[in-house]
Design a protein around this ligand. Structure first.
Ligand SMILES: Cc1cc2nc3c(=O)[nH]c(=O)nc-3n(C[C@H](O)[C@H](O)[C@H](O)COP(=O)(O)OP(=O)(O)OC[C@H]3O[C@@H](n4cnc5c(N)ncnc54)[C@H](O)[C@@H]3O)c2cc1C
Length: 497
């Protein structure tokens, strides 16, 4: 059932993920200074599901239960539109800055659960009913995550150590996470994976990764499974927090939406058989995202989320322009128009993904790949420009921002006088510019910039992948026909004249 915020917090408190921050274990993520605010922000997101204004969009009814809309199996284009609306509504909550809000991974398990037959092609999959049947495991995992409305983190890539070598060629074969052995109870895994955003999740999904490059068909690094984030031997080493415990007025985003990033250590972790989805088969692992269509449902969440984020950029840019009183200058108008163009491109790609959707082999209405590939290649390239526009429009206003304590301090009356705007008090103006700073310039903002470049994979290899899969033949054929077109018959033309 769709959870409330309190249910999310209760579960997090009772099952604390093995998080390490600043050299110490986080005993309770709901109260630790670096995680309590994001935990409560996520709780707020879960509460929206029970707000009568949003419940109809954020949840749906099936079998007498209400579930989060991201778990809905789309059968029609209208279903996809409804799911998209829910993605955008959730993204609006954080102005699109929560990259890994729960709906992202929930769509992953939905698509994989519906395509569960894919995992039965794996030779290691046991008989149905044996507890080792990968198809059953994947389907049940989807149902489990949906029925408990769980929040997932994930980690796809191997530690950077040496990109010129395969994982098996590194000084220790278990720098990257791999299978150590099989036991009666399950599979033992050892090593590390990068890079789990939102480690305060209930579960970690190690979906068969698309990035395994090893010689031969069988690899210890090819594995898919799901585990609770408090599993013994599983550790999340977090980066330095960006939530510094400052007032929301001073740090409007980082004080609420620092979703954290961690690298994940598997210290001989037991994965019970019923949680294993794939083993050893490199081809199946590398193709899992594409063949289950999970990548398209995730990319659909992404395009919707980026529409919301770009709307936030537009609202922010225009608010700055209004506050500075610079709207009459042509170059200022032109910069705001650049954001409008980006927004309309992203909205068009979202609509095109729905209009071109088709039922896949598993009966799931699947958004069209072309527009989604365009969106996920386009946005990382344009995002730094959106940042730059905010900084160009806001100029020194984005750094000269006395905080709440300064406003309330002995120089407060000077701040009130000199930092006011034509259309706003100093307090309101400073709140706006603090938002611009936190979105584009603070540690939180800088991470947003890095995130947008990499969160769906290395942009260079994404371009190459697009080059490989995009069907260019009809256009090559058209050019060939054009250059071989016979000359028009000039004598006939003359006669007609
Ligand atoms: C803020 C943030 C959040 C993230 N969140 C998540 C998450 O929640 N889950 C998750 O699984 N991942 C996450 N990622 C990781 C993301 O998937 C990777 O950053 C991305 O796939 C690139 O991999 P890498 O960082 O290991 O870079 P590398 O692969 O090490 O690349 C480094 C450089 O080397 C080049 N390079 C390396 N190998 C090749 C090659 N074979 N061919 C051409 N060039 C190459 C790259 O182009 C790049 O310039 C996150 C990343 C960031 C920055």
């Amino acid at each position: 059932m769709a959870r409330t915020g309190q249910q999310f917090l209760d579960r997090l408190r009772l099952n604390p993920p093995n998080l390490y921050i600043d050299g110490q274990r986080v005993e309770d993520a709901t109260t630790h200074p670096a995680t309590r605010n994001i935990a409560h922000s996520l709780a707020g997101l879960y509460d929206l599901q029970h707000d009568p204004r949003y419940q109809g969009v954020l949840t749906f009814e099936e079998g007498g239960e209400r579930h989060a809309t991201a778990f809905m199996v789309p059968r029609t284009r209208d279903d996809l539109r409804r799911i998209g609306e829910a993605h955008r509504l959730r993204a609006n909550y954080s102005l699109g800055t929560l990259g890994r809000a729960p709906d992202y991974m929930n769509t992953n398990v939905m698509a994989a659960g519906m395509a569960s037959a894919y995992f039965d092609q794996c030779e290691s999959s046991g008989e149905p009913g044996s507890g080792r049947n990968f198809s059953e495991n994947m389907r049940r995992y989807f149902e489990y995550v949906r029925d408990h409305d769980l929040c997932l983190t994930h980690a796809l890539t191997n530690p950077q150590v040496n990109r010129g070598r395969q994982a098996s060629e590194l000084p220790d074969p278990y720098i990257a996470m791999g299978i150590v052995e099989e036991t009666e109870a399950g599979v033992i895994v050892r090593g590390a994976r990068m890079l789990a955003t939102l480690p305060i999740a209930d579960e970690i999904l190690i979906f068969p990764s698309t990035v395994i490059k090893e010689n031969g068909d069988r690899s210890r690094y090819a594995i898919g499974f799901g585990l609770p984030t408090n599993t013994p031997g599983l550790y999340f080493q977090c980066r330095e927090p960006f939530d510094l415990g400052r007032d929301v007025e001073d740090h409007p985003l980082s004080s609420r939406f620092d979703e954290q990033d961690a690298f994940v250590i598997f210290d001989d972790v037991l994965v019970p058989w019923e949680r294993v989805f794939l083993m050893y088969d490199m081809t199946l692992a590398n193709q899992a995202y594409a063949r289950t269509d999970a990548v398209l449902h995730m990319a659909y969440q992404v395009v919707n989320q980026k529409v919301s984020k770009t709307e936030a950029f537009l609202g922010l840019a225009q608010s700055i322009v209004d506050t500075v009183g610079s709207g009459q200058f042509q170059h200022v108008q032109s910069k705001v128009s650049e954001i409008i163009v980006t927004l309309e491109i992203m909205k068009a790609l979202q609509v095109a993904a729905v209009e071109g959707a088709q039922l896949n082999a598993y009966g799931v209405m699947t958004p069209a790949r072309g527009p989604l590939d365009a969106a996920r290649n386009y946005y990382p390239a344009i995002y730094p420009r959106l940042n730059e526009i905010i900084q160009l429009l806001g100029a020194s206003g984005i750094i000269m921002m006395p905080g709440k304590a300064d406003r309330e301090g002995p120089l407060g009356h000077f701040i009130e006088k000199h930092l006011q705007a034509t259309n706003a008090s100093a307090e309101e103006r400073l709140k706006l510019f603090r938002l611009a700073w936190d979105l584009t310039l603070s540690s939180f903002g800088a991470r947003q910039n890095l995130y947008e470049k990499h969160f769906f994979g290395d942009p260079i290899r994404m371009h190459s992948a697009l080059y490989e899969v995009y069907d260019k033949k009809p256009y090559v054929q058209r050019i060939r026909e054009f250059i071989h077109q016979p000359q028009p018959n000039q004598s006939k033309t003359v006669a007609a004249d």
